[in-house]
Ligand binder design. Structure first.
Ligand code: ARG
Length: 463
């Protein structure tokens, strides 16, 4: 047998440096389980089409299982001379079944083989990420639940705006990560297409029962067009896009944890087990986990750009450029999973400082909108009320007081409609409780949102 399965027409051996340059086995060896599953399904399909006898099929499958064990036990020697995982598996198969191994590649090309391996790999990764997201979302919901009544300032432009429940803030992240879950589930549908039978690009001359192959491999559909099946990687780009959006959400949460754990804010205390110190400043406790998660988001966004750039000018059908697709995708999947794992374990251990958040919620004129709403309830138009409260804020600033620290006479100076009950309207608890509109921060709303989320997560667990 010649050294390479494709070197029949070549008159000199491949240059060593070219072998090293073109090899992808360091990366695609991770796909070996999928490659072998695909080959086993292909054997069965060939047997069904009468291309292999049942005995041959059985022998090949037995050999493939032995190769699987060898790789799992670390007994396979990987070498650039054999380019990729497909050639490594076939080479070892020869050691177990001899010349019969040469029949395995009938009606198949490495082009449809890699498209298959990538889809199988990505389906498994996506399912794992969905499960991990479910666990992470549960951690968020439980974090909201144990801190359900803690109040904090809500921000816009990172300036104190209106008080909210801390749990409402946390549940905002639950919503983001629920949409991320939905995005991955949606991407999964488009990955779930079986490409074998497309061969190099035009399809194969053998009448393969492609539905049968799909069924063996757990795909719900077969590809409609052989050229599309071997040459597009949109399902990977979509996966990268879902990873990027999810990392962007994780990065925003990270930024908040970094800010909140600073002495200036002092809203939260991160667990010691999830922080590190400084080699020079003995007093330091640094929020490394959120910082690293924030930093790793850049890597995943970069991978998305890498893949889009890789694909944008490729003529149909397969081009070797596409071998480069696996690096960013595998890195994104590994990175996202690592971030979700560490956050799911850290979130329940974060301690909130309700005194600091509560004090911060009562300062900085965060009740100005509520004072305007109070005046509206007394018959003033909102624009007029806005201007009136603006003047009251300016006056209070001059006196170094908050609105609720002005006495009734001072307040009535801005509008005679103001009564003693204004103080209730300007209290933090009342401001929160009055935001009972669906989706607002009132305690009963947040409790209902937490209950809905828990029910949904229980449902996801049963699936
Ligand atoms: N290692 C290749 C890849 O990852 C497998 C397909 C090779 N096909 C080819 N015609 N050389 O894309």
């Amino acid at each position: 047998m010649s050294e390479k399965p494709w070197d029949g027409r070549f008159s000199e051996p491949t240059d060593r440096a070219v072998e090293a340059f073109t090899s992808s086995v360091e990366v695609d060896r991770r796909l070996y389980q999928y490659d072998i599953d695909g080959s086993i399904a292909h054997c069965k399909t060939l047997a069904r089409a009468g291309i292999l006898t049942e005995d041959e099929c059985g022998e090949l499958i037995g050999g493939l299982e032995k190769v699987r064990e060898e790789i799992a036990d670390g007994r396979m020697e990987f070498s650039d001379r054999l380019e990729d995982i497909h050639m490594h598996v076939e080479d070892r198969l020869a050691a177990h079944v001899g010349a019969l191994c040469r029949k395995l590649h009938t009606a198949r090309s490495r082009n449809d083989q890699i498209a298959l391996d990538e889809r199988l790999y990505l389906k498994a990764e996506t399912q794992e990420i969905i499960t991990m997201l479910s666990g992470f979302r549960r951690a968020l919901v439980e974090f909201a639940e144990v801190n359900i009544n803690v109040v904090m300032p809500g921000y816009t432009h990172l300036q104190r705006a209106q008080p909210v429940l801390f749990s409402h803030h946390v549940m905002a992240y639950y919503e983001m990560f629920s949409r991320d879950t939905w995005r991955f589930a949606d991407a999964l549908e488009r990955m779930d297409v079986m490409p074998l039978g497309s061969a190099a690009l035009a399809g194969t001359t053998y009448q393969l029962d492609r539905q049968y192959t799909a069924q063996l491999l757990g795909f719900s559909k077969v590809s409609e067009n052989s050229m599309d099946a071997v040459s597009d990687r949109d399902f990977m780009i979509e996966f990268m896009s879902a990873c990027s959006i999810c990392m962007m959400h994780l990065s925003r949460l990270s930024e908040e944890l970094v800010i909140w754990s600073s002495a200036e804010f002092d809203f939260v205390e991160l667990p010691d087990a999830f922080c590190t110190g400084s080699s020079i400043m003995p007093q330091k406790k640094n929020p490394d986990i959120p910082e690293l998660v924030r930093g790793k988001s850049g890597r995943v966004f970069g991978g998305l750009m890498q893949l889009l750039t890789l694909m944008k000018s490729l003529p149909l059908a397969y081009n070797r450029d596409m071998q480069e697709d696996k690096i960013p995708v595998m890195d994104a999947a590994d990175t996202l999973k690592a971030c979700l794992d560490v956050y799911t374990r850290m979130i329940p251990r974060i301690r909130i400082n309700p005194d600091t958040t509560g004090k911060a919620a009562a300062q900085g004129f965060q009740n100005a909108t509520d004072m305007a709403d109070y005046l509206v309830s007394r018959g003033m138009s909102f624009r007029e009320a806005h201007a009136c409260v603006g003047k009251a804020v300016a006056y209070a600033l001059d006196c170094g007081k908050e609105l609720h620290e002005l006495d009734l006479e001072e307040l009535r100076g801005f509008s005679q409609t103001i009564d003693e009950d204004i103080y209730r309207a300007l209290s933090v608890s009342e401001m929160i409780e009055r935001r009972r509109v669906y989706g607002g921060t009132a305690g009963s709303n947040v409790a209902a949102a937490v209950a809905r989320a828990k029910k949904r997560l229980d449902g996801e667990k049963k699936q």
